[in-house]
Design a protein. Sequence first.
Length: 218
Amino acid sequence: MTNIYFIRHGKTEWNLEGRYQGANGDSPLLEQSYIEIQQLIKALKSIKFDAIYSSPIKRAKDTANLINTGLNQNLDVILNDNLEEFHLGKMEGMKFTDVAVQYPEELDAFRNHPDKYDPKNINGETFQALLKRMVPTIKKIVDQNKIDANIIIVSHGAALGALIHDLLGVPLKDFRKQGGLSNTSTTILETQNGTEFELVKWNDTSYLDRIRDESDVV
């Protein structure tokens, strides 16, 4: 059984400010995030990992490199463009409150009704396009690693939420029913064949020494 540990990057300045980052926006990890990533590493330390893959966007790459260094298991972080966050077009860098005023339909659909999300007006990426690049990437990663591998994937909140639900066979309209993923969270799926996936753990932050708040979740 292969276990995939999907990890959302550490919290950033824009996360704290309530801004959309997307694939073409970015901001530094908060100082607190370095402490929280060490707490995550401590929780993972007893597991022997076979590979670490990451989005190339700096906030994810920095998180992945810190995890890799902390685990000290002689692995290389493998960067893959297909693990990037949603391309959010005009919403990137904007505060959620401003998006709610300028693009209320897009915001509501993106957060609550993925099956109705049409990003043409904001020059963004559809859920279908995101899944077309991410799902085959995960299946290829499973196929390239040994049976019973433990694999870390470091990526982004909205992208990982969509990806994980699709791998579990959840209909698009229900992608948001469990809510979003927190910064520095771990969601674990297992698979025997890289085709069917089962949920082991969802959005785990039990190892973090703080209470989750609204700015943690995407």
